[in-house]
Design a protein around this ligand. Structure first.
Ligand SMILES: C[S@@+](CC[C@H](N)C(=O)[O-])C[C@H]1O[C@@H](n2cnc3c(N)ncnc32)[C@H](O)[C@@H]1O
Length: 324
């Protein structure tokens, strides 16, 4: 996950940049904390992207500067306008981090720093980290402001405005989902994307040949972001975006369900999969930390699904399973 940020506030000259240095495991919890405290978005600098083997596998596409990333862990930044007290915000962040730590999540050093920056510095700064990236053999993610020419006819380009929803395509959980989708989606299949965030997986599904996708998210910001990205990619006739809680109320059957959500959330709806999937239908689950993979696998088996494959990247696991 590289930046996930767009501030749409009014003009201001000075901003306070608040930075939390934490662990990969705590990214989502800390990002949520900053948003809950009033941040309009976060940008994420993850040391992991430097060690990933982008270039050898798919050619020279991105050029990352190691100075822009922490030596280890993840830096999560947000920017506060002049009228918000940086000191007060930082105290609230520190208190929130303590709560997260007490809940058992490893937040690492959880160092919080603040500094004043000029508007021009940050407004464009994050965009330099977000470049077109070939994430699988067939799929490339392209921020909508970048120019990019596909290198072959087989390469499919997903246009993205990351906005404020999760899903720039660079986080291992999203990449793993797309790799499994590339393998298991068949032409003209139907897909339900649970926890669609920016809509990236639904758009990927269409690029991989799906004839219909339903993108669901509980968060209205994600629903808005996904709807915008669907239009940006010209697939609004194929992808329907809806606010929904997991698979609740879903009546129709589908060929594929994909969900990049935490393990604890996946197990909340595994019992719905036999009802929602057609015979032979595929479930792709991601967002699972390695320690929680068994929890999801057991839950899938208990609900009659057969595990086809598990794939791993940087401590994350994604699972493909089949309904007989
Ligand atoms: C890790 S993000 C995944 C975004 C995107 N699908 C991707 O792969 O990059 C998880 C998403 O699940 C959504 N979510 C969390 N709980 C949910 C629920 N109960 N029902 C629907 N969506 C949920 C969050 O709002 C968030 O957008």
């Amino acid at each position: 996950m590289v930046p996930v940020f767009l501030y749409l506030g009014g003009p201001s000259l000075k901003w306070t940049e608040v930075c939390v240095h934490t662990t990969n495991e705590a990214v989502e919890a800390v990002s949520n904390l900053l948003i809950e405290l009033g941040a309009d978005g976060v940008s994420i600098e993850d040391s992991e992207v430097l060690t990933r083997n982008w270039t050898n596998q798919y050619g020279e596409i991105i050029d990352l500067n190691p100075d822009d990333y922490p030596a280890e862990g993840v830096r999560i930044k947000t920017y506060l306008p002049e009228m918000v007290s940086g000191d007060e915000f930082i105290s609230q962040v520190k208190a929130g981090l303590q709560n997260i730590k007490e809940s058992g999540l490893d937040v690492g050093l959880a160092k919080v720093t603040g500094r004043e920056v000029d508007e021009e510095d940050w407004a464009n700064e994050w965009k330099q980290y977000y470049k077109p990236i070939r994430v699988t053999e067939k799929l490339t993610i392209k921020p909508f402001w970048e120019e990019y020419t596909p290198t072959s006819e087989a390469e499919q380009v997903i246009e993205l405005d990351p906005g404020m929803a999760f899903g720039t395509g660079t986080h291992p959980t999203t990449t793993l989902s797309m790799k499994l989708m590339e393998k298991y989606l068949h032409p003209n299949c139907t897909v339900v994307d649970v926890g669609c965030g920016s809509g990236i997986l639904s758009i990927a599904a269409v690029k991989l040949g799906a004839k219909q996708a339903l993108a669901l998210d509980l968060d209205p910001i994600a629903v808005k972001s996904a709807s915008e990205n669907v239009v940006l990619n010209g697939v609004e006739e194929i992808v329907q975006v809806k606010e929904a809680d997991l698979l609740k109320g879903m009546g129709e059957r589908t060929d594929v369900v994909v969900a990049n959500i935490l393990a604890e959330i996946i197990v909340l709806f595994t019992h719905d999969l036999p009802r929602v999937l057609v015979p032979g239908g595929i479930f792709i689950g991601s967002g699972i930390i390695e320690e929680k993979a068994d929890l999801v696998i057991q839950s899938l088996k208990t609900n009659g699904l057969q595990i086809l494959e598990t794939v791993y990247q940087d401590g994350w696991v994604a699972i493909a399973a089949k309904k007989w």
